[in-house]
Design a protein around this ligand. Structure first.
Ligand SMILES: O=C(O)CCC(=O)C(=O)O
Ligand SMILES: [Fe+2]
Length: 212
């Protein structure tokens, strides 16, 4: 029998957490977010465009800083972080951790919404531009990807390769909040019918910036 990979403390994978109807609805929102006021774009890291395209809510992220205005795109303020997304984040924490209080104090104020085409990847990195150790809640829709979740020390082993499919929830908090992670590849043609996306993968990570 193939057992799911073991994850370090603070990391949780909940397959199929979002219904197809929720996935479709979120993709409808994504289509509007991607149009602007700050259109979706590939952020530049040390002069190179990332293969992933990103649109942000609440705070605009660019390597390696958050601002209210998208100074590296068109200078406009990003859309507000929606209340429904924060509510979903609190539910996600409760269900991922099996702790009914886990969401009580969770008030994410930014979401990075990434679009991966079949070539896109994301190298191993830590999410550490936030001034908060509150958990990151990640939702995936569309094609399955191979997500590598590692340790807080470096990019190398030990790590676990997890297949994140459409509707899956992944949470990393506590001792895993600053673990290295990345997307090794996406698997073209694996998005389920009815998820709202025919090609590619959308990932939403909500975070607490700790900024005001
Ligand atoms: O696409 C994913 O599953 C992870 C995205 C990610 O690590 C990030 O946006 O920092
Ligand atoms: Fe990340």
């Amino acid at each position: 029998m193939l057992l799911p990979p073991e994850l370090p403390d603070g990391a949780h994978h909940v397959p199929g957490w979002l219904s197809l109807e929720q996935q479709r609805w979120i993709i409808g929102q994504f289509a509007a977010w991607a149009d602007g006021p700050v259109p979706i774009r590939a952020a530049r890291v040390r002069g190179h465009e990332m293969s992933v395209k990103t649109v942000c809510l609440g705070w605009h992220w660019r390597p390696y800083q958050y601002t209210r205005e998208a100074v590296d795109v068109n200078g406009r303020r990003v859309l507000d972080f929606p209340d429904w997304l924060g509510e979903l984040g609190r539910q996600a924490l409760v269900e991922a951790t099996d702790d009914p209080r886990a969401g009580d104090a969770y008030t994410p104020d930014t979401a990075l919404v990434n679009y991966y085409d079949e070539q896109a990847r994301m190298g191993m990195h830590q999410d550490k531009d936030e001034r908060s150790d509150a958990p990151v809640v990640s939702l995936s829709i569309g094609d399955t990807c191979t997500f590598r979740f590692g340790n807080t020390e470096h990019r190398n082993r030990p790590y676990s390769d997890v297949e994140l499919a459409s509707g899956d929830l992944f949470v990393f908090g506590g001792p895993s909040r600053f673990a290295f992670h990345g997307v090794q590849r996406t698997h073209a043609g694996t998005a389920p019918t009815g998820c709202g996306l025919e090609h590619g993968r959308v990932n939403i990570t909500m975070r607490v910036t700790g900024l005001s």
